[in-house]
Design a protein around this ligand. Structure first.
Ligand SMILES: Nc1ncnc2c1ncn2[C@@H]1O[C@H](COP(=O)(O)OP(=O)(O)OP(=O)(O)O)[C@@H](O)[C@H]1O
Length: 344
């Protein structure tokens, strides 16, 4: 549905050339939810703006629904752009128009008659769960409701593709959840292809089928979300995955931690399970095999692509030599081990 072929984008700033995107190749099949994740300045916004040619690539092609947008005249492009809806981080609603009139705007611009507009806008506001807000103004809506209006407006011209530019970044976690659910519903009900950019792996994990990771304007890794979570190949992918796992040492433990063992203090160990970790009940195995006790302090494990991954904090009690053997055994089974200190 969307093909990005060998796209490069350079910005000139005086004598300086900023290479915002380098040789990007992406194919996004119809009906999929595709996420592009990257840190600030990685080139995400530039990439998504290139898909509807709000930004023209310096070289390369953009094909949407079989039409090469990069080869079109301005008037042809205006027509093709109706196939592509877009929503933004800050909603971009017209504050002087009611909710109804915001959603009606693209239909008015397309010259649709009043009856069609009334029917279509009512249907869209029903779809996004705002049928009681027709006459409200954006200033009287919550952030989540504003984004719902923006989604309804983006769908008014029956697009085949929806571009989401950090659509949930200005929202709290609960509202983010409800907007992501809505995007998923729309994807399933309307078969709409969704391309979203985000800096949060949680967003990707929650709704995307596939993900591409960009860093410094280059595409470093792409694939089905489960595969990337289970078998990240690059440090950048690992960093994003780690950020979805929340594991901090409780304050009182932090205060009790000693840098050295006196031979008796139990180590506090951070265990990282990745796609490479052996999928077996290793914690109970090492406990039995090396005659030690393991007390799990906290754990954030997830499951994707057929494997478990995540982080665990645990104290290992027992004879020092046995504990060390147990840690070596876990390392040998591809669990990353870090001894954070010894608990006094
Ligand atoms: N109009 C422009 N003129 C010059 N440089 C630009 C322009 N737009 C983007 N850039 C540069 O291109 C690079 C990529 O920017 P882009 O906005 O695409 O990144 P991003 O991943 O979306 O970042 P953020 O998450 O902070 O929005 C940055 O170095 C940025 O400074």
């Amino acid at each position: 549905m969307i093909e990005i072929k060998q796209v490069n984008k350079e910005f000139k700033q005086g004598d300086l050339t900023i290479h915002a995107l380098r040789d990007i190749d992406l194919q996004i099949p119809q009906g999929r939810i595709f996420g592009v994740i990257g840190a600030s300045g990685a080139g995400k916004s530039t990439l998504i703006r290139i898909v509807n040619l709000l930004e023209r690539p310096t070289s390369g092609k953009v094909v949407v629904d079989g039409v090469e947008l990069t080869a079109l005249s301005q008037s042809e492009l205006t027509r093709e752009r109706q196939k592509i809806g877009m929503i933004f981080q800050h909603f971009n609603l017209l504050s002087s128009r009611t909710v109804f009139d915001n959603v009606a705007l693209p239909l008015e611009l397309a010259g649709k008659d009043k009856q069609h507009i009334q029917h279509k806008v009512t249907e869209l506001l029903d779809l996004v769960g705002l049928n009681d807000k027709h006459q409200s103004y954006p200033s009287n809506l919550s952030g989540g409701q504003k984004q719902r209006v923006a989604i309804a407006r983006a769908l008014a011209s029956d697009p085949k593709v929806l571009l989401c530019d950090e659509a949930t970044s200005a929202l709290d976690p609960a509202t983010t959840h409800s907007i992501l659910n809505l995007l998923q519903t729309i994807n399933q009900k309307l078969g709409l292809t969704i391309l979203l950019i985000t800096h949060e792996m949680d967003v990707v994990k929650r709704i995307c089928h596939e993900v591409a990771i960009i860093g410094g304007g280059e595409l470093v890794e792409k694939g089905p979300v489960g595969n990337i979570f289970a078998h990240p190949k690059t440090e950048l992918a690992r960093t994003f995955i780690r950020a979805t796992l929340d594991l901090s040492i409780p304050q009182d433990y932090e205060e009790r931690l000693q840098p050295q063992s006196d031979g008796h203090l139990p180590p506090l160990v951070r265990l990282e399970f990745t796609g490479a970790s052996v999928d077996a009940p290793l914690i109970s195995q090492v406990s039995r095999k090396f005659n030690i006790d393991i007390s799990i302090l906290s754990s954030d494990m997830d499951y994707a692509g057929g494997v478990k991954f995540g982080l665990m904090l645990a104290e290992f009690f027992g004879d020092e030599e046995n504990v060390n053997h147990a840690l070596t055994y876990l390392k040998d089974h591809n669990i990353n081990i870090e001894v954070l200190g010894y608990v006094a």
